[in-house]
Design a protein around this ligand. Sequence first.
Ligand code: DC
Length: 233
Amino acid sequence: HFPVRDVHHHLVSSLMEISAHAGAIVVTIDGPAGAGKSTVAKTLAQRLGFDYLDTGAMYRAVALLARRHNLLEDAERLSMHLDTAALEITGGLVRLNGEDVTGLLRDPEVTRGSSLVAAIPAVRAFLVRAQRQAAQGRSIICEGRDQGTVVFPGALCKFFLTAHPRERARRRLEDMARQGKELPALDDLERQIAERDERDATRQDSPMVPAADACLVDTTSMTLEQVMDHLAV
Ligand code: DC
């Protein structure tokens, strides 16, 4: 028996060692909104010296494109727009056809739209291709809903994070307060999150489910450090 912290240290150094020898490895972190995926993925990427890919931001960028062209209800024309769209995601910045749209992606309407466009097979096919391309030849932590199931089924290490919806809403509210945003009622936020989860989990194409070989972590009553420790065991 040895301390969890040591186990984590071993996991991190083994992943780094495998990466050094094998070249490129993928770690996937999936789960619903507010389960702590982004924080954990960024922290893990930093500790490992790996790249980090926020695939939710890609769905959000497509939602923004759809809203701008009034195509949220028109899957066919939206997929035609995608054929000529340039989506770049580097160092936390998202560019859509050359424009930095990073600051627009957390808008509540874009958030709702992201879960709508995410149910369109042509959108998913387009983004899955972009995600595999982004991971090509590098060690990377990929965060989303389908990274361990559909995009990288052969990933070396897979996590699925969950937390009670109330706690997830509470965390979102805290994020928003930190950013000085106008705060919705906790009940409303919880309802919006539950609606989005329901849509993400029940869509036909690539629903949000844990991969059979993913490590499940319920983060409801955990701090970031506790989650990081837990990922190692
Ligand atoms: O992680 P996020 O909240 O930024 O994701 C926004 C939406 O995009 C989410 O409601 C579902 C969708 N999504 C998806 O379907 N597949 C992914 N890999 C990532 C996000």
